[in-house]
Design a protein around this ligand. Structure first.
Ligand code: NAD
Ligand code: USQ
Length: 406
């Protein structure tokens, strides 16, 4: 890690380390020798129970996961159950006790459909995500420690239509014309245009980071990540108890993994609208690698928020479905789009910084679709077909079943 001597053990808190991206990242960092502590309130497992849904892969309890990791690697990862949004004192005392070099922040409610179910789910998502991020920032300042904060943000803060321009990494150069004088040149945060309450919380996070970096000179990296696909990584494959989660239900399943699972169980692939939506994608193995690279290349004290676009390639939803149909013979079913989004858009994304670190991204054409299809096929008997349809609509309504207190 830059700023550390080779051989130094670096302590990293992985917030949200029991989740889809956090778990394999925690293992990857532990495997390379970092001292890793997972922090999670297990809310994602509680939401599975609320929705009556489950991971397609049978995920072990946190305790069994960590025991298995110790058995296969000889390394220890510790676990702390802290609610980052509700327990500020717990966040601060954890930082004071652990004194981490870096914190990786995955711990937010990350489903757009879940965030759009009704007022209760909107309020939960905003309260949880914005408070978690703000509690963390305030606690880093109060602790007085110099901690590099790496946050998982989203491509969705930009909006997806770019009229042929590649979306830059976080900042936009603008020229403001003035009568009779030279135009004012400025670099501004790329104008945010979220498409769901969930994505909006990531836009709010951006402002929190910008403020704390300006006021308190915190060191923050914000990773604007595309849609993650795939399931396992070299570390999660080492033991059945280490398997990563695979979401396929209408709320948490993301589009590519949903299509792969649908193809595996013979369910026509649920292409929303015309499938002309273009999105950015990254494989889960690359998520773990990019986070490690971001940790190794921190901003200096006094730098602005370091924003990196963390995606490998952009693809149109109907092209994804056609690719999978070509591989498996599965059918496509154009379904009415439950969301409010452009049905056709182009998307170009700059991702120069990770490439400059030597990243060689995994793409869909690398044959890894087959690996995921094999995961989907292997666990197909665990699938509950009634959970596949996307039932959350982007229209105003109130439904029962919101988390307690909302
Ligand atoms: P996930 O829901 O599987 O994992 C999030 C974890 O955070 C869960 O284990 C949950 O229990 C925990 N958590 C949530 N709120 C918490 C709180 N208040 N206190 C403590 N723990 C809390 O989600 P994921 O897919 O692993 O995503 C992780 C992060 O990456 C999210 O911030 C998400 O926005 C971002 N991201 C994900 C994707 C994707 O395709 N999965 C793409 C881009 C960005
Ligand atoms: N879609 C379908 N059929 C489906 C599911 C989705 O056509 O069965 C379409 C959606 O309408 C949308 C696109 O596929 O146009 C992507 O949907 P998604 O659910 O895969 O992704 P999204 O809601 O954007 O959210 C996911 C993660 C989120 C992350 C985001 C990155 O859940 O945490 O922030 O991807 S990005 O999309 O780049 O903003």
């Amino acid at each position: 890690m830059a700023g550390f001597e080779d051989g130094d053990v670096v302590k990293i808190l992985v917030l949200g380390g029991d989740g889809f991206c956090g778990w394999p990242t925690a293992l990857h960092l532990s495997a390379r020798g970092d001292d890793v502590v997972i922090v999670d309130n297990l809310s994602r497992r509680a939401i599975d129970r609320e929705l009556g849904a489950d991971s397609l892969t049978p995920i072990a309890t946190v305790g069994d996961r960590l025991t298995a990791w110790h058995e296969v690697s000889g390394k220890d990862i510790r676990f702390r159950n802290v609610d980052l949004a509700q327990d500020y004192a717990g966040v601060l005392s954890m930082l004071e006790a652990e004194r981490p070099d870096a914190v990786v922040h995955f711990a937010e409610q990350r489903s757009a459909p879940y965030s759009m179910k009704d007022a209760g789910h909107k309020r939960y998502t905003v309260d949880n995500n914005v408070n978690a991020t703000h509690n963390l920032l305030a606690a880093v300042v109060e602790s007085g420690q110099d901690i590099h904060l790496v946050h998982l943000g989203t491509m969705g803060v930009y909006g997806y239509g770019t009229a042929g321009m590649a979306i830059p990494e976080g900042y936009l150069d603008v020229e403001i014309p003035r009568d009779g004088a030279e135009p004012v040149k400025q670099q501004i945060l790329y104008p945010t245009n979220p498409g769901s309450v969930y994505h909006m919380t990531k836009s709010l996070d951006q402002l929190l980071f910008a403020y704390y970096v300006k006021n308190d000179q915190l060191r923050v990296t914000d990773l604007h990540q595309g849609i993650v696909w795939g399931t396992n990584t070299p570390e999660t494959k080492l033991d059945e108890r280490l398997v990563n989660r695979f979401d396929y239900d209408g709320d948490y399943g993301t589009v590519l993994n949903r299509f792969l699972m649908q193809a595996a169980v013979g369910y026509p692939m649920t292409v929303h609208g015309t499938g002309g939506q273009t999105r950015a994608f990254i494989h889960i193995v690359d998520t773990t690698k990019c986070v490690a690279m971001a940790l190794d290349n921190p901003p200096a004290t006094g730098d602005r928020v370091k924003i990196l676009n963390q995606q490998a390639e952009t693809l149109r939803v109907r092209d994804l479905a056609k690719k999978i149909a070509g591989m498996t013979g599965a059918e496509l079913a154009l379904t009415p789009d439950p969301r409010k989004e452009d049905l056709e858009n182009d998307l170009l994304v700059a991702h120069d910084t990770f490439l400059s670190y030597g990243w060689d991204p995994i793409t869909l054409d690398d044959g890894l679709l087959l690996e995921v299809t094999e995961v989907a096929r292997r666990y197909a008997d665990r699938a509950d077909r009634s959970k596949i349809p996307a039932r959350s609509l982007w229209t105003s309504k109130q439904r029962p079943g919101v988390p307690e207190g909302y």
